[in-house]
Design a protein around this ligand. Structure first.
Ligand code: NAP
Length: 381
């Protein structure tokens, strides 16, 4: 059985402390804006994607094209299994090459999305060849020399890179899109959260597993009480179709999973908030795309629903969908394929003295991975 997450964790180290720095990269138009304003002719880059055939890699190709990233050449890298196959970029076929230590000659920016082991083994070769690496795995996220960046929050941290910039965990990035603006206004102390995570968060094979199990059930016209299928799970430890699995990534001695602790560890580093605490339960559900997170947050300064709504309605990269009386709230199906995350179900938390509960949804292949990586790359132009 494949692991639940292909990532290898670095040991947790204390995050950097200090105030959040205002962004000043050429693509950053204010504390929350990441709208690119490229001068394509002056900034053309040779770009490589490592893991181009994967669920995230495919979105990286699309984001580069849709955001008109100034690409001089695009090199697509994957395993030997994919070498020789072709993928399209701007209508042109590009032949996939096998990743080797020599793949990075002449590359300016390398977007890595092939798991922690590949990042560990090959990112140093890319840096040595002169490329800046934007790494989507968890391998470098807690390395003190590696900035961990959500451009809407800490774009200025990009400047401190020493060759590698890390892209955050998808559930964390999506949650912070709503939590960070609230933190700026009210000062978050701690959160309790539960995630409802889509199978595409585990990659292309997991998408197939849910599709195959759903097909098997439909083809046999099973009743609801006979939903246990004959086909054995390969990616997940249990059948994912018609199920909810409270097991994302591997378990730690504390009883939490690695995925669950990323919210606190990565949240601290990204928000420059070393006292931030997060108790999270991550659950895999049979949704193809978009992670949803239910969050209860406690704040230092008094919070109200109205004030929170005011703050969140101005947050870039975030849409407010909050009209429950008319059945309006963020839905995974609606948010899939969209760049913006969405927040709704705002209410005063009835179990906290000064807390707010809300529901955030984001396409984890986009803001949780490919889009955020390309936004980081835009900060390098
Ligand atoms: N999926 C998400 O929502 C998400 C979100 C945030 C972060 N991430 C991270 O992004 C990375 C990729 O995730 P994914 O979901 O795209 O996985 P995936 O669909 O399983 O794709 C894996 C990619 O890695 C390549 N690869 C595997 N072994 C390789 C090797 N030995 N040499 C070169 N390339 C190799 C695969 O190439 P072949 O096709 O040739 O095997 C494929 O392109 C992981 O680190 C994951 O944790 C994923």
């Amino acid at each position: 059985m494949r692991g639940l997450s292909p990532e290898d964790e670095m040991p947790a180290i204390p995050p950097p402390s200090g105030p959040c720095i205002e962004a000043d990269c050429p693509y950053y138009r204010g504390p929350f804006s990441t709208t690119p304003q490229p001068d394509p002719m002056s900034t053309l880059k040779n770009v490589a994607i490592v893991g181009a055939t994967g669920a995230v890699g495919a979105e990286m190709i699309r984001c580069l094209e849709e955001r008109a990233f100034p690409v001089a050449t695009l090199t697509l890298l994957a395993s030997a299994r994919s070498a020789g196959k072709k993928l399209k970029f701007k209508g042109e076929d590009i032949t996939i090459q096998e990743l080797t230590p020599d793949s990075f000659a002449g590359i300016d920016i390398a977007l890595f999305s092939a798991g922690g082991g590949i990042s560990r083994d090959f990112a140093p070769h890319a840096v040595k060849a002169g490329a800046v690496v934007v790494d989507n795995s968890s391998y470098f996220r807690q390395d003190p020399d590696t900035p961990l960046v959500v451009p809407e929050i800490n774009a200025a941290d990009v400047k401190s890179h020493k060759g590698i910039i890390a892209n955050p965990n998808c559930t964390t990035a999506i949650s912070l899109m709503a939590l960070y603006p609230l933190h700026q206004a009210f000062g978050v102390t701690r959160i309790w959260a539960s995630s409802y995570q889509a199978v595409s968060g585990t990659g292309a094979q997991a998408i197939e597993e849910l599709a195959n199990q759903s097909r098997e059930w439909a083809s046999q016209n099973r009743e609801w009480d006979a939903a246990k299928l004959d086909s054995k799970p390969h990616v997940y430890p249990h059948q994912i179709a018609f199920n909810a699995i409270p097991h994302v990534d591997s378990f730690l001695d504390s009883g939490y999973t690695k995925e669950e602790m990323k919210m606190e560890n990565e949240g601290r580093k990204i928000m420059h908030h070393d006292k931030f605490r997060a108790s999270v339960t991550c659950v895999r559900i049979p949704v193809f795309r978009s992670h949803s997170i239910a969050i209860s947050a406690e704040f230092e300064k008094p919070v109200t629903v109205e004030a929170a709504r005011e703050v969140l309605s101005k947050a870039p990269g975030l849409d407010m969908l909050d009209d429950p009386a008319n059945k309006v709230y963020p839905l995974a199906l609606d948010i899939a394929g969209r760049d913006n995350c969405a927040v709704g179900r705002l209410r005063m938390d009835c179990a906290l003295d000064n807390g707010l509960s809300f529901w955030v949804v984001g396409d984890q292949l986009l803001k949780g991975a490919a889009l955020n990586a390309v936004q980081i790359a835009e900060c390098l132009l």
